[in-house]
Design a binder for this molecule. Structure first.
Ligand code: FMN
Length: 156
């Protein structure tokens, strides 16, 4: 279509413990052809290039990383844009996904989907037992992340 510039997908993520969330982010980015950035690498002037933004984080004290929440808080109104949320966590019940979705919706984004899986966790006393969720995300988690991303691509 003349004059029509197809927009792109951006994935903004934080992954500070074992790179668990980064593995998921990379698999999704491959499927979506997305740009992959940390919040501090995003130039707010560039955001207009994107019509779908993924927000990803590990869970830290039952919450997404503060840098992701701060980034969302500081964004301009995002009505008309779509977003998706993904997280990794040691234990599902404490995933922090609810808090991430709330911050996304508060900005006006339409929530296009959410993905969560377990991630290797050696925080605090867990290191004495060799950690929990060993080997996660595993190939099955990554495959599910890929399927999730393919679903988003069809939506877009
Ligand atoms: C400081 C810290 C706090 C954590 N708190 C939680 C928590 O409250 N609930 C949970 O399920 N996992 C918790 N975890 C485990 C991480 O969410 C999990 O290992 C995640 O996959 C880490 O992702 P990352 O490697 O991308 O940073 C915590 C890990 C760390 C290092």
């Amino acid at each position: 279509m003349p004059g029509h510039t197809p927009k792109k997908t951006l994935i903004v993520y934080m992954s500070i413990h074992h790179g668990n969330t980064e593995k998921i982010a990379k698999r999704m980015a491959k499927v979506l052809g997305a740009d992959l950035k940390k919040p501090y690498e995003v130039n707010s002037d560039d955001l207009d290039k994107y019509d779908l933004i993924g927000f990803g984080s590990g869970t830290y004290f039952r919450k997404p990383h503060i840098a992701i929440i701060d980034f969302l808080d500081k964004l301009p109104d995002a009505r008309g844009k779509k977003a998706f949320a993904f997280m990794t966590c040691g234990v599902f019940v404490f995933s922090g996904l609810g808090a991430l979705k709330k911050a996304i919706k508060a900005k006006g984004f339409g929530l296009a989907g959410e993905y969560c899986c377990r991630g290797f966790d050696t925080w605090g006393p867990l290191k004495f037992i060799g950690g929990i969720a060993k080997g996660r995300p595993n190939e099955r988690d990554l495959e599910k992340a890929e399927q999730f991303a393919l679903g988003l691509k069809r939506l877009n």
